[in-house]
Ligand binder design. Structure first.
Ligand code: SF4
Length: 92
């Protein structure tokens, strides 16, 4: 869903099946931070709150490859985003 609403086409997702019927997971999930315009649409449409905007804004890259964030860079402990999650819960 998030990749479909992204106006900058910054999100690339490859889904795969799980053992459970109708359940899928992202084998590949990448956000190209050079393309991202920080509109927040992906956060807004995610029903699982899997995408949360952080306060990281000092993003500097030496190459195009460095700007592509995969799951290794995107997955952060839930505790780091508590204030944003609280805000989202109250505003929905
Ligand atoms: S915040 Fe970035 S990745 Fe998310 S929808 Fe907007 S442009 Fe796309």
């Amino acid at each position: 869903m998030c990749s479909r609403v992204c106006p900058a086409l910054a999100i690339e997702v490859q889904a795969s099946e799980t053992e459970k019927e109708k359940e899928r997971y992202p084998v590949k999930f990448e956000i190209n931070m050079v393309r991202c315009i920080f509109c927040g649409f992906c956060e807004e449409v995610c029903p699982e709150e899997a995408i949360i905007m952080s306060k990281d804004f000092e993003l500097v890259f030496n190459s195009q490859e460095e700007a592509i964030f995969g799951k290794d860079k995107l997955l952060v402990p839930r505790q780091k985003l508590e204030s944003r999650l609280k805000y989202l819960k109250e505003s929905r």
